[in-house]
Design a protein around this ligand. Structure first.
Ligand SMILES: Nc1ncnc2c1ncn2[C@@H]1O[C@H](COP(=O)(O)OP(=O)(O)OP(=O)(O)O)[C@@H](O)[C@H]1O
Length: 331
């Protein structure tokens, strides 16, 4: 396993905020990573520093073993596109593409042209006069056609409509399959992107909350729905990330600790106890994990997720929501 990026004890302090707080994380080369987290979590700060566009307050960043800042050996291998991408004043898309051709050694001009047609980027409109979606299209084309060894997409696709976003996901995956490289994407539309991601790094208030292959993470989480006692018994020693009770029914999203073995008879036991075992989408999981992080004191263990008492309110009673523990970092 080769890492494209190694970040060690990285902090970034501003006068009024700590954007990154002692972050140590690596991004494996040749993998599509999702960098996920709530607003203000530190995603842009991390990408800006790893791409050499901002300086850390303390700590170290290496891209292919080299410090990226003002480093001509490594900067041409890094592309960082963001929603508020800056362009040369009064430029057209073709000027942005020409500049990219000079900056990125693997730039594919034909691909950029084809993508511009696919995304219907207007050739005769200055970028600053384009609609938000058209500007987003220019940014994602730069990100794909640069074919940089490490490409950061800091939500440039947020301006795209649903059809154009789908086109972006398809074209990116197609090109990545042909030209494997390291992609790091941040997004709040997690379920839309989930099928692309191989690894997720979750950042919360400047700290790494989780770093794990998507498949492993998905395999650790389930939602159990059924009679409260049976759900709690089935949850066993797993962490309850989130639970809601509706009358006597408890719905609990639970997470096995990394390395904790799966119960091969869970489905059978659940069926016998009248409990449904449902998959958890990546988005639900990240929402539960990061909203758990937001509630400082409410920590639920499987034995205390506020289930209704056996003589609890009727089926029309409002849902009770509890949130689980605050951090989950796996190796
Ligand atoms: N130049 C700056 N000056 C002061 N504070 C900053 C600066 N840049 C970032 N911050 C603060 O650092 C924290 C992390 O910001 P960052 O932009 O990295 O978050 P993010 O995860 O990208 O958020 P979003 O999803 O909303 O884009 C925020 O509290 C932000 O206000």
């Amino acid at each position: 396993m080769t890492n494209a990026i190694d970040i060690t004890h990285l902090s970034r302090h501003h006068r009024d905020a700590t954007a990154l707080d002692d972050v140590t994380v690596s991004f494996e080369a040749g993998v599509i990573h999702g960098l996920l987290g709530r607003n203000g979590a530190g995603k842009t700060s991390l990408m800006s520093i790893a791409s050499g566009q901002d300086w850390p307050s303390t700590g170290d960043v290496r891209v292919f073993g080299l410090r990226p800042h003002e480093n001509e050996q490594v900067l041409p291998r890094i592309c960082f596109v963001r929603e508020d991408q800056r362009y040369i004043e009064d430029s057209f898309a073709r000027h942005a593409f020409k500049a990219a051709a000079m900056a990125y050694p693997h730039w594919d001009a034909d691909l950029a042209e084809r993508l511009a047609e696919d995304f219907q980027v207007p050739a005769r409109t200055r970028i600053k006069k384009m609609s938000r979606g058209q500007r987003s299209a220019v940014a994602v084309i730069l990100g794909i056609a640069s074919r940089a060894d490490v490409t950061f997409f800091d939500e440039p696709y947020m301006g795209l409509d649903a059809v154009a976003r789908q086109l972006f996901y398809d074209r990116l995956l197609q090109d990545y399959t042909e030209y494997p490289r390291t992609l790091i994407l941040s997004t709040h539309l997690i379920d839309e992107l989930a099928h692309l991601l191989e690894n997720v790094v979750v950042i919360d208030r400047g700290r790494i909350l989780l770093d794990e292959p998507v498949e492993s993470l998905r395999g650790r989480a389930v939602t159990l729905v059924g009679p409260a006692d049976a759900v709690l018994s089935l949850a066993g020693s797993r962490r309850v990330l989130h639970s809601e009770s509706m009358g006597r029914t408890l719905r609990a999203t639970v997470l096995r600790a990394p390395g904790q073995t799966e119960d091969p008879f869970e489905e059978q036991r659940a069926r016998a106890d009248g409990v449904e075992v449902l998959p958890v989408s990546l988005q639900q999981l990240i929402v539960h994990l990061t909203s758990a992080g937001a509630s400082s004191s409410s920590s639920s263990s499987p034995s205390s997720p506020s289930p209704p008492p056996p003589t609890g309110p009727g089926p029309d009673a409002p849902a009770v929501t509890t949130t689980g523990p605050s951090s989950e970092v796996s190796s």
